[in-house]
Design a binder for this molecule. Structure first.
Ligand code: AMP
Ligand code: ZN
Length: 472
């Protein structure tokens, strides 16, 4: 199937042509590990996961790299402000290294809860200082660098004629008018490749370099690590939309003079998860995590279902009302699949119908990741009376691989719970409750329901009686 993706560089949806047939290399900018990752971060990691699953479903092998930024990211993306990692360490009274380990662990945990397939490689910036220094040396040889004494080694963006092409930025406009925070920079767009450690405070993370003790600039790690794990040229680079104008622009500036253009073939950017008051951000203070949703009683798959209803190029507003609606939609899908499980076994899988629906499901998602359209096709399939239960269940296996919704797992649990017969004492309680209801003693009926509930069973009223379902 022809895959199509929106390429930020060309500003259009393009047919995807891999560098190596049948294989795709994907790099996506990962988190700065100084705090928990919120649902907005997770939307970005989810989108990369969906792109990867789409390639896998189309028969590709995927080499997927996501970095962990554990050094060098300052509170402003323009090389000013505090180091986010040092700030996190001070907040928690931990060493910077412990903060990094703690939040890498919590990020991996949350990604697992959201059923995100672990990337092939998750390199850390601090494990790649040598590669970053080598990159600066190459740029230095090519004449792209200069030193600001007492500050660091900077990249001279005026040396790159097409600097800013990813964001369609006009350099002369960019240079004029804007306030230069660092007066020693030659151009406002110049950025740090290596920052010197301050002389008055001892940093926890610092390394020797040919220019002096210090630490790498934030943009450098992604150039160094992507090329190490994916080769000098690779297929797709992705990340949050705010990276277009600074971070990814600077990654291109660091890489293309060394390896030649185009460094990356497709640039894919993810729109944000919003709150009513603006972007969901760590700095906003009001953010939610996947673990937080579980504490509130939500299945993380309900959040995944919600994300599938949006499109990656459109911002999505998060609210508990929309999450509740998604949870109901997801439950409904699980309900239908559990019913199929009770119903299957009579007829074999119809291979022609299987193939037809397989392609119907895969088509919209392959066309620039239209996940919401794929969800609609899945709903149509579950409603379609001309497809038998065995064929539908076989397709659910494929749907789970593609969308990562764990439908089979949840439906199986529901099916098992419903198939289990309640012990005699619970049956008796339910009989008594039915009697109480018939004699309009609702207080007793409620009391008996609560008792049944506390024993791990749910009593449901059905026509002419009741049904007992084991709680999950
Ligand atoms: P950070 O840890 O802030 O560097 O963010 C890690 C990744 O999450 C980056 O690719 C960001 O673009 C992305 N991200 C941050 N906030 C949001 C949001 N509200 N919605 C979607 N992605 C986000
Ligand atoms: Zn990056």
């Amino acid at each position: 199937m022809q895959i199509r993706l929106y390429n930020t560089m060309t500003r259009k949806v393009e047919d995807f042509e891999p560098i190596v047939p049948g294989h795709v290399g994907i790099y996506n900018c990962g988190p700065t590990v100084y705090w928990d990752q919120h649902l907005g971060n997770m939307r970005t990691f989810f989108n990369s996961d969906m792109m990867k699953r789409m390639f896998l479903a189309n028969g590709y092998t995927v080499n997927h790299v996501m970095n962990f930024t554990d050094v060098g990211h300052l509170t402003s993306d323009e090389d000013t402000g505090e180091d986010k990692m040092e700030k996190g360490a001070a907040r928690e009274n931990l060493s910077v290294w412990d903060v990094a380990n703690k939040y890498i662990k919590s990020c991996v945990n949350d990604m697992n809860l959201l059923n995100i397939i672990p990337p092939t490689y998750t390199p850390r910036a601090t494990d790649h200082i040598k590669e970053q220094i080598e990159l600066i040396q190459k740029l230095e040889k090519l004449g792209f660098t200069y030193e600001i004494p007492g500050d660091g080694i900077y990249y001279d963006t005026s040396k790159l004629p097409d600097y800013g092409k990813l964001g369609g930025q006009n350099l002369s406009e960019l240079r004029g008018g804007a306030r230069i925070e660092n007066n020693n920079k030659r151009n406002i767009t110049d950025f740090a490749l290596w920052k010197f450690s301050p002389t008055d405070v001892k940093r926890q993370m610092e390394w020797d370099s040919p220019w002096g003790v210090g630490f790498p600039g934030w943009h450098l790690e992604c150039s160094a690590m992507s090329m190490k794990y994916l080769g000098d040229h690779f297929d797709i680079h992705s990340g949050g939309q705010e990276h277009i104008k600074v971070h990814h622009t600077n990654e291109i500036a660091q890489s293309e003079p060394i390896v030649g253009a185009p460094w990356v073939h497709y640039w894919v950017h993810w729109a944000w998860l919003m709150l009513r008051e603006g972007k969901m951000a760590k700095s906003s203070g009001s953010f939610f995590t996947v673990r937080g949703l579980i504490e509130k009683g939500y299945d993380p798959m309900a959040f995944r279902y919600l994300l599938l209803q949006g499109h990656y190029r459109q911002p999505m507003e998060f609210s508990f009302e929309s999450l509740d609606a998604a949870a109901a939609g997801y439950k409904n899908m699980v309900r239908k699949i559990a019913d199929l499980m009770a119903d299957s076994g009579q007829e074999p899988v119809n291979q022609n119908l299987y193939n037809e629906w397989h392609d119907k499901i895969l088509t919209p998602i392959s066309d620039n990741l239209k996940t919401s359209e794929t969800l609609v096709v899945v709903q149509d399939l579950l409603k379609d009376k001309t497809v038998n239960a065995a064929t539908k269940l076989a397709l659910v296996v494929f749907i789970d691989e593609l969308l990562g919704l764990q439908l089979r797992d949840r439906a199986q649990k529901l099916h098992d719970a419903e198939s289990e017969t309640a012990p005699k004492e619970i049956q008796e309680l339910a009989e008594r409750r039915l009697g109480a209801k018939k004699s309009r003693d609702f207080a007793l009926a409620d009391e008996l329901r609560a008792k049944i509930d506390s024993c791990g069973w749910t009593v449901m009223d059905i026509l002419g009686g009741f049904k007992l379902v084991k709680k999950q």
